[in-house]
Structure formats: C-alpha cells, structure tokens
Design a protein around this ligand. Structure first.
Ligand SMILES: [Fe+2]
Length: 302
C-alpha cells in the first residue's frame, strides 16, 4: 500500500513512533485509512499533528479501524458521544503508570485513538514502549520461560478488582505475526503457573524491563494532535510533571482474543497442604480460577 504522495513520515525514535504530516482525519479516503493502518503496523504509534475534528468526526474516523467500545469503568462526559471518553488531569485523569489499555478484559482493546484537547505549556508528555523490542531483547532462556506462561490482570486501579482476565505473557500479534511481551505494571497481578514469590520477582523484572529507555519514544504534545497506538504491541505512560489542566478524549477500538506465542503446557499453581497465614498470597488467583471453572461448568450444555 503506497502512502499518499503529499504525506510525510518523520520517525521519532529507534524502537517506535512516527509523526505523519498530510492526512486530514475529518475526511479520510479509503486509501488514507489503508495507508494509516500500514504505517501503524510499522511504527506502532502514530502522531497526526494539527487536526481539528469535532467529537463526532473523531468517532467517525476511529470507526474506520473497527467497532468501538465505551470505557467499562470510567464514565464519559455527558456532552460527548458515548464512544468517546474524556480524561481531565484536574479530576485525577493522569495515567502515570506504565500500562496497555484495558488488559483486565478478556478481549482487550486493539487500538486507541486519542485527541489532545488541552495540554500544559511544559510537561505532560506521554511515553510509549515497544513490546516487540522488549521481547526480542530477552535472553533465549527467558523467552522460552515467558512464552509458556499466562498472567492474571485486574482493574484494581479503577476500583474494580473483580474485573479480571488471564492472558499469555507473550502474545503473537495477529497481523504482523511478531511476539510481544504482554505484562504491565498497572494491571498485571500474578503469573498463573508460578508460586507467588516467583511471580512477584518475575513480574517486577519484566514490567521494569519494558520501561528500558531504548524501547521507548517520548512525545511532547500540542493541542489538536491525534495519536493512534496499537495496544497489542505497546505500553504507555504519562509524565505527571506538570501544573494546570490537561484534557484528552479517546476512542477505543474493541478487542480481540489474545493469542499466545508459545505452547501453554503448565498448570495453574495450586498451593499444596493446609491453609495458613501466607495463603492470602494465592487467594485472588484461587478464587478467579474457581469462579471460572464454575462459570464454564454452568455454561456447558446438559
Ligand atoms: Fe492508557
């Protein structure tokens, strides 16, 4: 797919990220959308500066990338279409912990399409990290270990700890076929197949590893910029280093099934022996698995 001739791509870092000059999100042609999809697969996060869509035009643009979903936990602003949700720094809306959007869902969103409505003059940058690079640079034994594991994610940061899902620790991107390291500091709680202590040590390492500056890009915003990122192979983080207001509006493209990159042959960790004071470390995983088994049995045809 050729890029429209008047467009210009400016790469922003070695690992990921590009600014695309030329498109107008208010009125894209099918070729424009196809080109943006191709550029997104290549650069993982795209920035389209100087865009001025209305909220409805923002939603219409986002729909070209797939069906949209509202935010499951955070309410939208009453004046906006339901497919857009707004985050205001003055109301606590600063996502200053590394995460991939909505990984506590069974089918986490594949793309997010954000418009910067208002940003501080200085500070409030966002960073993204390439989960391809984070996986590729693991040692071979660590790749082999991680590819056989799954992890439990929950929405505790949204005060919904019962909203949980299990995903492979390494996922295969359905379009590029590449492996991505899919655990994040914000939503990932527990490696399912490991003891609590082992899980804690491995997750601490992996969630810090994806933050390695070499895997990242940092973007300084101007109002009107649209960012599109692929949640299947990136994480992001907002620098909470500013005073004053910062407002974003986001459309979220519905998710897909997370495909593992390797064979998942290990059983979930089950603590042997009787209950004790340390059983609490396994309580969340135990009850999640128990409820899941019950739900599956209930759903079975009789
Ligand atoms: Fe986010």
């Amino acid at each position: 797919m050729a890029m429209p001739q008047h467009w210009k791509t400016v790469r922003l870092a070695g690992a990921l990220g590009a600014e695309i000059h030329g498109p107008d999100v208010r009125n894209p042609t099918p070729d424009d959308i196809a080109a943006l999809k191709q550029l997104l697969l290549e650069h993982l996060v795209l920035f389209l500066p100087d865009q001025a869509p209305s909220p409805r035009e923002h939603v219409a643009f986002a729909r070209h990338f797939g069906p949209l979903e509202g935010h499951p936990n955070l309410s939208s602003d009453g004046d906006l279409p339901p497919e857009l949700f707004q985050l205001k720094a003055s109301q606590g809306g600063v996502a200053d912990e590394w995460h991939t959007d909505l990984t506590f869902q069974d089918q986490p969103s594949i793309l997010s399409i954000l418009r910067m409505v208002k940003c501080p003059e200085v500070g409030g940058d966002t960073m993204w990290s390439s989960l391809y690079a984070a996986y590729d640079e693991l040692s071979e034994p660590m790749k082999a270990l991680c590819s056989g594991l799954t992890a439990l994610h929950d929405a505790l940061p949204h005060n919904k700890p019962d909203s949980m899902a299990i995903h492979p620790v390494v996922r295969r991107h359905p379009e590029t076929g590449r492996e991505a390291l899919y655990v994040n500091e914000h939503f990932t709680r527990r490696i399912v197949e490991m003891r609590a202590e082992e899980s804690e040590a491995l997750l601490r390492h992996l969630t810090a590893w994806v933050q390695n500056p070499r895997f990242t890009v940092r973007y300084t915003w101007q109002p009107g910029c649209i960012a599109i990122w692929d949640n299947r192979c990136t994480q992001h983080f907002v620098l909470n280093d500013f005073v004053g207001e910062r407002v974003i509006q986001r459309a979220t493209v519905s998710g897909d099934q997370v495909e593992p990159a390797g064979d998942l042959n290990w059983q979930p960790w089950v603590r042997p022996g009787r209950l004790s004071a340390t059983s609490r470390h396994d309580r969340q995983l135990y009850f999640y698995l128990k409820n899941r088994a019950k739900t599956r049995t209930d759903a079975d045809p009789v």
